[in-house]
Ligand binder design. Sequence first.
Ligand code: ZN
Length: 173
Amino acid sequence: MAAIFAFKCSNCEEIHEGSPSIGYRMPDPYASLSEEQKATMGELSSDFCTITHEDRTDRFIRAVLEVPIHGIEEPFLWGIWVSLSEKSFNRYLETYDEPVDGDCFFGWVCNGIPDYPYGESRPADVVVQPGGQRPKVILHRGEHDRDPLVIDQTRGISIARAQEIAEHVFHRD
Ligand SMILES: [Zn+2]
């Protein structure tokens, strides 16, 4: 029943096919470092990032935040970074090749999404996935239920809204 997402872009006139997947290559705290700081304090791979400060180390992993699109099988994907505690980060690292079903970590979302401005930090559950897939981010609701991203993750978005966001993001530059 569910369909494939596709639309004719009002920006470039092309047909964009498939549910949008927007990935961030690094967490914002890493992106904001100078080149020298990146070289001396930072470590970045496709799935892990650390920033070593004098008094602490910040740890981040790459995850996926899904927003359902009404009537479409594949969700809108945001490939974002979350920060984890040392304990959670080490557990994720140790079980990276063979994730343990049911593992779930607390994390903070560490990328700002321009289409979803929100003045506060976003707490989330980070749920490991089998088969080499990145962990899923489930945003905390409760006191954050005014966050437009929480609302969209909970209720899903219309095809028109998905198209609107995709047109912005694909042609941001
Ligand atoms: Zn386009």
